[in-house]
Design a protein around this ligand. Sequence first.
Ligand code: SAH
Ligand code: SF4
Length: 375
Amino acid sequence: MTTPDLETLVCQTRFSDDDLRRLLSLSDENDCNLLYRKAFEQTSKWHGNALFWRGLIEISNICTYDCRYCGLRKSNHRLHRYALSVDEIVDAATCALEAGYGSVVLQGGERTDPKFIGFVSEAVAAIHEKSRRMGFKRGCGITLSFGEQSIETYQRWKDAAGNPDAVRYLLRLETTNPILFRHIHGNGPRKKILAERFLALHDLRTAGYQVGTGVMIGIPGQTVDDLVKDIRTFERMDIDMIGMGPYLVSRQADMVAEGMMPEEPLLRLSRNMIAVTRLVLPKCNIAAATALETLHKSGRALGVLSGCNVMMPNIGPTRVRGDYSLYDRKAVTESEANANVALEKSILQLTGRTVAKNRLGSSLLFRERHRLLPD
Ligand code: SAH
Ligand code: SF4
């Protein structure tokens, strides 16, 4: 069998593993641009020209786990720890809704104690009520990202979120390679287990969430074959949304000696991964990760140009931004007054994409599965 030329390959709707390997490995600038253009075109075809925007609130950096790659890990005693109050969270959510983003994301370190579980329930319920008072008849969209929890906790948080059609959870697999997963999560008492992560994703589906996952790209020791398997896993699990970004080293974590990929090839690989995922899963929501912004000053715009259809600007209080240091040189995004307006403008200028105002932004896959109209 002859191998198709690149122009033909990117127009396919089905891809073999060899095709995916070839696309992920592209390095020539013209070839990469062809791939990105096709991914952007597919995004326009399925999702239109308006991006879903969600206000991101990093509610706490207190974590009881010890992932080796992450600056928030429990063993990092140099970090100043914080937790926002319910009022601060609701105020931030209100800013997002006033800006016309119909949806918020609450993220934080992983805790499973009853106090934390109750706190998240309270915050989520308060956001729901506030959004109803602000005119969202069934409540705004809410995405949670607090790691692995019991199915009872997932259920409780979903009930608190009020609008069962617009509640989502983001739990990255980080990598689907079991050996690499074990390596980056260490062997201590607070280690993570890949099988449990899969189970948690399954529980999230059972509890009725729109399920989001993703991986880090360019982890030391990760291969292109691993990335192919990651994409196949997203496909097999019928994942609704994907958050993927480059792996960036944190001096306050435990993988410094392993280094990281040089920035230019890392940015390219990240964009290739986003674009290839878009070609394989055209109906999925794909978010432009903040981590792209550490590699390039317009990193999220480059994400949009490679197939992302979701933006998650940070709208939490600026005083805590520096402390949510997952990795070194984490871009402190949206820190000035009117920063979101400036961001919307620059995204429009660089990509031509607009904001889907007051839309909850459920993924097309989820809407089709549940026969829902656009929200
Ligand atoms: N505690 C939750 C959510 C916060 S961490 C959880 O673990 O799911 C959110 C994400 O940050 C993680 O899923 C991981 O993919 C990403 N992250 C952590 N450290 C990182 C690093 N060094 N480089 C890039 N992404 C990182
Ligand atoms: Fe905690 Fe999440 Fe960081 Fe792991 S990745 S240490 S669970 S914040």
